[in-house]
Write a protein that binds this ligand. Structure first.
Ligand code: PEP
Ligand code: MG
Length: 598
């Protein structure tokens, strides 16, 4: 099929080949932003593994020794990778550590040994055992667990390579772009030392550890490229467009030039945004907006501070549970919050109580639920398990000695839930006071407004809570009766539906009437089309992922609060999401990265 390449990613051609120039165009999934232009280095795919290879009894001892040696080799490689990872970030070393835990998992090792003793080859036993774990992960309801399936595949491949005596070291020239069936976090650390420019792979999930690391370390990457190792030859000139998911091999002069220009613009864009860090977040007519960050881990607090955040508007504390795979001890939990509070000090850190249940962490939920999103989630779970909740309150209070922590309750639908949480906070405060432990006696307790019930009772919540934060992700999910993870209804799930906007307006008005602060911490806060609308609705506090902070600041600095107010009057008359978008499109917003394609 002959079609023009469209760098905005509009056309759906998967593989395109130009007869005249030998140029090949492949479409994958953009996994880490940026543009890389270099020479391809293609990693050889491994030989397939036969997972039912049987051995004669006299070979058992030698297969066992092959396996033990492989575990040693893989552990040693990971320990080396750990040293490199420590120079990167806590996210990167955490990822390598999780691989080490898999390699050394004694239950897995024991089962593999038993399989070999019963007559399987080392390779087959490893493949069989890891495939079992991988399948379990793939079938998990929790999307985070599903994305961990790739970790098991990576470790399996590494062990099999070690059994086959295949070394990890490749002779890669500087300025190469790695083309592979898949890459592991270890590969990324290794290639970082060789000044690799980017990655193009066949498999991998957007939330796989390799992609998280590529993003964290700033490597452009495209994944999901069918047969990329067959389509691209070593030393082909290759472009990886991590913004749109296009990969171009042997580009013609015009395409190469266009991408060089795009890469330059991307660099300028980054620098331009960098200049904004110390500038005030203020509209053209002088209205000040407070920019906060959504952070999950202590090192994200550092990124937020470095990008000029004025505090954290949302700490999803359940990320600690996902990180540990269990509930923490009081000491672990206190340390986690204290570390974040110290890093953010003197700016505020809003810790949201565990939002367990729904599609998130589910340990402790007594049984499988028919409708988890409508089940024992957030504050409901915490009141069902006061032992877990009280420990969390206690840990938050212990970490609150610097007076910069706020505490926030998720999934609230009745004011009684807030009252009960306040009672437990008081109890914990009394206990700590009796023990002579220092804490903030005036810690602010706020609520997430993310159920229609809470939105429609915003006045009551504004009266009883110290602050409100609007969770537009769940508010849209529940208002539109649309599962936010269900692809079948993804076209209906849109937080810019007029009903959601109306609720946001009600909540902001209620907070203003009661003189309480209100922010938006759902995805809507960072939505490029929504900035003027949010200012027009009266919001003066927005909380977004650290990487979105500067783009948002840029849009706010280009907006006029007066015009935003007029826009709100127009939005009040919209009856469909389409009409909302049409109204929003009439304003001349600066569209960030889209400008790069111009
Ligand atoms: C929300 O629902 O908008 C929100 C911020 O919470 P989460 O995405 O963690 O459910
Ligand atoms: Mg939510």
């Amino acid at each position: 099929m002959q079609e023009e390449i469209n760098l905005r990613g509009i056309i759906q051609v998967v593989h395109h080949r130009s007869a005249n120039t030998g140029m090949r165009i492949l479409k994958g999934v953009a996994a880490s932003p940026g543009i890389a232009v270099g020479r391809a280095f293609v990693l050889d795919p491994d030989l397939p593994v036969d997972d039912s290879q049987h051995i004669a009894p006299e070979r058992v001892a030698s297969e066992l020794s092959k396996f033990y040696n492989a575990v040693e080799t893989a552990s040693a490689e990971l320990m080396n990778a750990m040293e490199l990872a420590k120079r990167e970030s806590a996210t990167v070393s955490g990822i390598v550590e999780s691989y080490l835990l898999i390699v050394r998992d004694s239950a897995i090792v024991d089962t593999i040994v038993r399989r070999i003793e019963s007559g399987m080859s080392a390779e087959s036993a490893v493949a069989r055992e890891f495939d079992v774990h991988k399948t379990l992960m793939y079938n998990a309801r929790d999307p985070i667990m599903r994305s961990r399936a790739q970790d098991f595949e990576d470790v399996k491949e590494r062990l099999i390579a070690a059994i086959r005596n295949r070394t990890l070291v490749h002779m890669v020239e500087a300025d190469s772009v790695i083309v592979a069936s898949s890459i592991t976090p270890q590969d990324i650390l290794f290639f970082k030392q060789t000044q690799t420019l980017g990655f193009a792979t066949e498999v991998g999930g957007i939330n796989s550890h390799a992609c998280i690391m590529a993003r964290d370390m700033g490597f452009p990457a495209v994944i999901g490229l069918r047969d990329v190792t067959g389509e691209i030859q070593k030393d082909d000139v290759i472009i990886v467009d991590g913004y749109s998911g296009w990969v171009v091999a042997n580009p013609d002069e015009e395409t190469l030039e266009r991408y060089r220009h795009k890469a330059l613009k991307a660099e300028e864009y980054k620098q331009k945004l960098g200049e904004l860090i110390n500038k005030p977040t203020i509209t053209t007519d002088g209205v000040q907006i407070s920019l906060l960050a959504n952070v999950d881990t202590p090192d994200q607090v550092d990124s937020a501070v470095m990008t000029g955040a004025e505090g954290a508007g949302l700490v999803r504390s359940e990320m600690l549970l996902m990180h540990l795979g269990r509930y923490p001890t009081l000491e672990e939990e206190t340390e986690w919050y204290r570390d974040m509070a110290e890093r953010m000090y003197p700016m505020p850190l809003t810790i949201r109580a565990f939002d367990v249940g729904g599609d998130k962490f589910r340990q402790g939920i007594p049984h499988q639920e028919e409708n988890p999103a409508l089940g024992l989630r957030g504050i409901r779970f915490l009141l069902y398990r006061p032992d877990i909740f009280e420990q969390q309150i206690c840990a938050v209070l212990r970490a609150s000695m610097y007076r910069n922590i706020r505490f926030m309750l998720p999934m609230v639908s009745m004011v009684e839930e807030l009252d009960e949480a306040r009672r437990l906070v008081k109890l914990c405060q009394q206990g700590l006071a009796n023990d002579g432990v220092e804490f903030d006696p005036n810690i602010q307790i706020g609520v997430m407004i993310e159920t229609p019930a809470a939105a429609l009772s915003a006045d009551t919540f504004a009266e009883h809570a110290d602050f409100l934060s609007i969770g537009t992700n769940d508010l849209a999910q529940y208002a539109l009766a649309t599962d936010r993870l269900n692809e079948l209804v993804s076209d209906i799930f849109d937080a810019l539906h007029p009903s959601v906007i109306r609720m946001v307006r009600m909540i902001v008005d209620a907070a203003n009437r009661h003189n309480k602060s209100v922010s938006v911490c759902g995805e809507m806060a960072g939505h490029a089309a929504a900035t003027e609308m949010l200012i027009g609705l009266g919001l003066r506090e927005l909380s977004v992922a650290p990487r979105l902070l500067l783009e948002l600041k840029q849009r706010i600095r280009n907006a006029s609060a007066e015009k935003c107010k007029q826009l709100d009057h127009e939005l009040e008359h919209c009856n469909t999401t389409q009409e909302v978008y049409s109204v929003l499109n009439t304003i001349g917003t600066w569209r960030g990265k889209d400008d790069l394609d111009a």
